[in-house]
Design a protein around this ligand. Sequence first.
Ligand code: ATP
Ligand code: MG
Length: 226
Amino acid sequence: MMKLSNIHKTYGNGALQIAVLKDINLTIEPGEFVAIMGPSGSGKSTLMNIIGFLDYPSSGNYELNGEMISSFKEKQLAQLRNQHIGFVFQQFFLLPRIPAVKNVETPLIYAGVSKRERRQKAQQMLEKVGLEDRIKHLPNQLSGGQKQRVAIARALVNDPSVIMADEPTGALDSKTSEQIMELFVQLNEEGKTVILVTHEEEVAAHAKRVITIRDGMITDDRRQDA
Ligand SMILES: Nc1ncnc2c1ncn2[C@@H]1O[C@H](COP(=O)(O)OP(=O)(O)OP(=O)(O)O)[C@@H](O)[C@H]1O
Ligand SMILES: [Mg+2]
């Protein structure tokens, strides 16, 4: 369970200080499928980064599975990230000069997994996302949807309990978006917690819960039939 209490995030200081998140209170249970929506600049990515331990709140508490993580140091946070969370971004962030399978392997290098096991796991994940015939392709030899599948395989390779995706379909056409969303639905059905940011109603329609954020505050939080 991820529990954020009274989370604030401000940037800058003095007269130039801006409050980007204002008193966010939010609990996400294991197995949820959450979409975060809201206008540009409302604080969605900032909130995602805090939920995913990529950034610290300015104040407030964050409890993960009963443990208070506000006091954690950067190294511990990095460990939590590697263990619990897989990230997917709009721009894919694949390493351009190495083949798909090596891109998927990279998180395992940091986790200290042997070369042979890395390759095996990466191949399995590429199969899972339907790319078993693109293992040796370089990122620029793949379509946008295929690149995002590689990024999703990479996010899955450490077997995280939570997949976080910031506008994962933002760079894709609507048909490809739909295919990528079906993959997220499948992962959620398999038990992964999915948290994603999107501008698109069609994308959010796949989630079981939609949170709206405006001007740094949660203004709506509703469950829906996916
Ligand atoms: N490092 C930073 N320093 C200063 N201000 C920042 C920083 N990061 C974000 N902001 C500001 O915080 C606000 C929220 O940004 P954020 O990226 O969370 O918005 P968003 O909802 O994800 O928007 P978009 O839909 O355009 O991606 C914006 O006004 C932005 O300018
Ligand atoms: Mg954003």
